[in-house]
Design a protein around this ligand. Structure first.
Ligand SMILES: Nc1nc2c(ncn2[C@@H]2O[C@H](COP(=O)(O)OP(=O)(O)OP(=O)(O)O)[C@@H](O)[C@H]2O)c(=O)[nH]1
Ligand SMILES: [Mg+2]
Length: 329
């Protein structure tokens, strides 16, 4: 068993390798690592926390580019942590972001940290279901925050299960749009779209970008002020591919000034994250322990109306009495 508490200390001291090792342990469901993180989170209860920012939007809107751009434009001098959750993308998604990071590292080498970049990025692509990804993303976000990254950014593929799962763990949700997102205005008008805290109209260099942003502001204005912010303050026209874009700096400043969450908020969030992991572990454990054929037959009987569902569940659980949760559960 690794000494995960010590790995956490190394991660907090700036070791990217320690961060990577810990995140891999969480993904591999090493519960000793989770327990170490739990001790650290609990010990830090009530302390100031990082700003957690979600970036969501359609494929190709520029979410990954914005992650790199924001890490570059962030007014603070801390390390920026990012998790990209995308169940649909494969390794090329990471490669694209790699390109963006190089772009920003080239432009301002003096601002890059010892490792060449102040951004630590973990891609959780091509691994597991959307809901599984969101469960681990919650733990990953907690880890990054707990070892001192600020802000912590989360890129999600938009409108999927992974978004719903992670929304509660985010302080500020940014919806990334482009001038090509035409019908988004209609959807917003019709109330068909979930509320974002801020809107980033990306690709300001494209035709119609300015016009799209003002249309969006007009629609948003109908909601009045939200958390004290006007439509003008909530819609940011940005160009993620331009490190010197003033719109980008404006968005970064708005996020930097976002009202901080409390230690109590974070303890609640951590409870939810662990609760979801525990539930999914419980269900997986039950699945493994049940005799697959017996269970399939029981489901058949329920479907045929021969057996009542709760009776089938009772019988299955009864068969498990005396078994214990193994170390691998
Ligand atoms: N012209 C222009 N292109 C941009 C801008 N920002 C991003 N792009 C380009 O848009 C494409 C998609 O950018 P990404 O950052 O990968 O978009 P994404 O939303 O992360 O995409 P997925 O992760 O695949 O959903 C890339 O080719 C970027 O170079 C911008 O401000 N202007
Ligand atoms: Mg992306």
């Amino acid at each position: 068993v690794r000494d995960w508490d010590r790995v956490l200390v190394a991660a907090a001291d700036g070791s990217d390798a320690a961060v990577a090792r810990f995140l891999s342990a969480l993904e591999a469901r090493d519960w000793t690592a989770l327990a170490a993180l739990g001790r650290r989170v609990t010990a830090a209860g009530g302390q100031p926390v990082a700003t957690r920012i979600g970036l969501t939007g359609a494929a190709g809107a520029g979410k990954s580019s914005l992650v790199a751009a924001l890490s570059h434009a962030w007014p603070g001098d801390g390390r920026v942590g990012a998790v990209a959750i995308d169940p649909s993308s494969d390794l090329t998604g990471g490669a694209v972001l790699g390109d963006r990071c190089r772009l920003y590292a080239q432009v301002r080498p003096s601002e890059a940290g010892a490792g060449g970049s102040r951004l630590y990025l973990r891609s959780m692509a091509a691994r597991g279901s959307a809901s599984a990804l969101s469960r681990y993303a919650g733990a990953a976000v907690t880890l990054l925050e707990s070892v001192g990254f600020d802000p912590v950014l989360v890129e999600t593929a938009g409108a999927g299960q992974s978004d719903v799962g992670i929304r509660q763990e985010i302080d500020c949700l940014v919806l990334v749009l482009t001038p090509e997102s035409g019908d988004v205005i209609q959807m917003l008008k019709a109330g068909l779209m979930e509320h974002a805290d801020l809107y980033a109209v990306n690709k300001a260099d494209r035709d119609g970008a300015r016009q799209f942003a003002s249309q969006l502001r007009a629609v948003i204005a109908r909601q009045g002020t939200v958390n004290g912010r006007t439509a003008a303050q909530r819609v940011h026209l940005v160009q993620a591919t331009d490190p010197d874009d003033p719109g980008l700096r404006g968005l970064a400043a708005a996020l930097f000034d976002w009202p901080p969450a409390t230690g109590a908020d974070r303890q609640q969030a951590w409870l939810r994250v662990v609760g979801r992991l525990a539930e999914s572990s419980l269900i997986e454990h039950l699945r493994r322990r049940l005799d697959g054929q017996d269970w399939a037959r029981a489901v058949d009987q329920c479907a045929a109306g021969e057996v009542q569902l709760d009776h089938a569940v009772d019988r299955a659980l009864g068969g498990l009495v005396g078994q214990t949760v193994g170390a691998a559960g």
